[in-house]
Design a protein around this ligand. Structure first.
Ligand code: SF4
Length: 290
């Protein structure tokens, strides 16, 4: 087991005191240490948002991309160096609004990326506008008469897109989230972890006190079969007085995109020699287009 301190950065978080992102940050560092990874073996990609600042606060390779473009940037990194553990950390706006198409296509490609979504059901960084997971009827600064839109169901969407690992955890249970992240990193293929994350400043109804009595671990039930996709859909649709967390679905019956890409069979692109083009190569290309 590695040392959590290996992933400590001198940069201190600017998150509000009590923000659920602290639990996610701690769980991620604990998981990486438990997996005995070194910081140089890990790439953490954020987008734009409170949660997307996590790469700044973690000692590992890190990159903050454009809003909603976290997954495509991570996909490029994974294809360039598929021996690197690539982890996305971004919020529900970044992942399920601007980035939703990217998430669905990454799921069906089954690229081995761990996609941690810090789902606080609001746009926190920009001070409380309704987001894709905000409930219908909610009054926010951009929905003064109540949100007219149905919230998206990210777990059901990921299942429909063909994701091979679909999980939910919450930031009030760091040990549980740590274990889900460990299993997501060990999984072969795209892994979505939707993390219920209290935003204590701009989304007070969804507080720690709201989630604590409602969440229950589906994996604590020995009769629950996480390879049953229909059962996972049912759990994904459950929300209210009881909210399921845990690994709702996991199968390893599909190869990853990286395993199927012939060019990567010779090893990570970063270790392959650059092809040097000769005059004859350019001439052949020119003739092809003439
Ligand atoms: Fe966390 Fe909300 Fe503060 Fe952002 S605004 S740091 S999500 S509590």
């Amino acid at each position: 087991m590695g040392d959590v301190k290996d992933f400590a950065s001198p940069v201190r978080p600017t998150w509000c005191p009590g923000c659920g992102n602290f639990g996610i940050w701690n769980a991620l560092k604990r998981a990486l240490a438990e997996l005995d990874l070194a910081p140089h073996q890990v790439m953490i990609v954020g987008g734009i948002g409170c949660g997307s600042k996590l790469p700044d606060y973690t000692h590992a390779n890190g990159y903050m991309s454009l809003h909603g473009r976290t997954v495509p940037v991570a996909s490029g990194m994974r294809l360039a160096h598929h021996e690197m553990v690539v982890i996305c950390t971004h919020g529900d706006g970044d992942a399920y609004a601007e980035g939703l198409g990217h998430m669905l296509h990454c799921a069906r490609r089954n690229l081995h990326i761990v996609d941690i979504v810090q789902d606080n059901r609001i746009y926190g960084l920009t001070k409380g506008q309704y987001s894709p997971t905000t409930e219908q009827g909610r009054v926010t600064s951009t929905s003064p008469h109540g949100s007219l839109e149905l919230p998206v169901n990210p777990l059901a969407l990921a299942l429909a897109a063909g994701a091979t690992f679909v999980a939910r955890s919450w930031s009030g249970d760091v040990p549980h989230l740590t274990q889900v992240i460990v299993q997501a990193v060990q999984h072969r293929g795209y892994a979505l972890i939707d993390v219920l994350q209290p935003c204590v400043t701009f989304n007070r109804p969804y507080s720690y006190d709201f989630y604590r009595p409602r969440v229950y671990n589906v994996n604590a039930d020995p009769t629950y079969d996480p390879t049953d996709r229909i059962a996972a859909f049912r759990k994904a649709c459950e929300w209210g007085e009881r909210i399921p967390i845990g690994i709702l679905y996991q199968v390893e019956d599909r190869p990853t995109y990286e395993e199927q890409e012939a060019v990567l069979a010779a090893g990570p692109l970063v270790r392959q020699p650059l092809r040097t083009w000769t005059e004859a190569d350019y001439e052949a290309l020119r003739q092809e287009y003439m």
